[in-house]
Design a protein around this ligand. Structure first.
Ligand code: ADE
Length: 249
């Protein structure tokens, strides 16, 4: 990957990357409802990542690759049963087109029967250059597309959404914020919940006394080593209380 053409400038108080002519990551998302995703990527950190040129997100409307002029992309399932299935042909058409243009590091299908998304997978994916995400709808996509093209199947939790779009938004957000250069303070992602296998400790801001509810003294002490120790103990306590499963092994 080209590492030239980065442009840094003073922005507020920090010397930060304001533009670069190379894109660190490109994410393509195939969906029957791409409009559902536009707002999710038009705000906050993911918006900034795109403005800085570090992330490109391309939405592909599956209906543009439909079977016929009626925009058909789904059909009933063989063997009977309720619910429609996204057909092979439209999906294969768009996937093949995109694959001809670049190599994908992963072709991800968002599905409730995929592996549950965890921080290590997010960390690993944030280092890739090209990701392709496929959003299912209705009963999902034809199994043959999964067999032939999909390299990773991800669920964002043990519940069923109406489609894969919100899951793709969650996955893109979690990956996008970790792309080097996206967060102002590179270290802040390292202190997120789950990054060290623990939940994050509690955080406080001004005022130090709010209606008699006080910030723990230690945080006002200015003693950095002791504050770090306190935070670690709080993180451990919170994890033991709320997610003891994380501490096993
Ligand atoms: N599509 C529908 N439900 C989903 C889930 N829980 N995770 C990922 N994709 C989905």
């Amino acid at each position: 990957m080209d590492t030239k053409n980065y442009q840094f400038a003073w922005n507020d108080k920090a010397f930060e990357l304001v533009s670069c002519s190379i894109v660190r990551m490109r994410i393509d998302i195939i969906s029957v409802m791409p409009d559902l995703l536009t707002s999710a990527f038009a705000h906050s950190i993911i918006k900034r990542a795109q403005e800085k040129g570090l992330l490109q997100i391309h939405l592909h409307a599956l209906r543009d690759y439909a079977m016929n002029k009626y925009g058909q992309v789904d059909d009933t399932q063989f063997g009977g049963g309720a619910g429609m299935v996204l057909m092979c042909e439209p999906l294969a058409r768009v996937i093949e087109k995109l694959k001809q243009e670049r190599n994908y590091d992963a072709i991800i299908y968002l599905t409730p029967d995929g592996q549950t998304l965890k921080q290590p997978t997010v960390n690993r994916l944030s280092l890739q250059e090209n990701l392709l995400m496929i959003c299912g709808h209705y009963k999902g996509i034809d199994q043959r597309i999964r067999d032939v093209y999909v390299t990773l199947e991800i669920s964002i939790g043990d519940y069923v959404l109406s489609g894969g779009e919100l899951a793709a938004a969650v996955l893109t957000d979690s990956i996008g914020r970790l792309i080097p250069g996206v967060l102002n303070d590179e270290t802040s992602a390292l202190t997120d919940s789950h990054q060290d296998g623990l939940l994050a400790p509690p955080v406080y801001t001004r005022p130090a006394d709010w209606k008699g509810y006080k910030v723990p003294d230690i945080l006002l002490s200015g003693h950095f080593a002791k504050i770090e120790e306190w935070r670690y103990e709080e993180a451990l306590r919170r994890t033991e209380e709320r997610r003891p499963d994380l501490l096993k092994g």
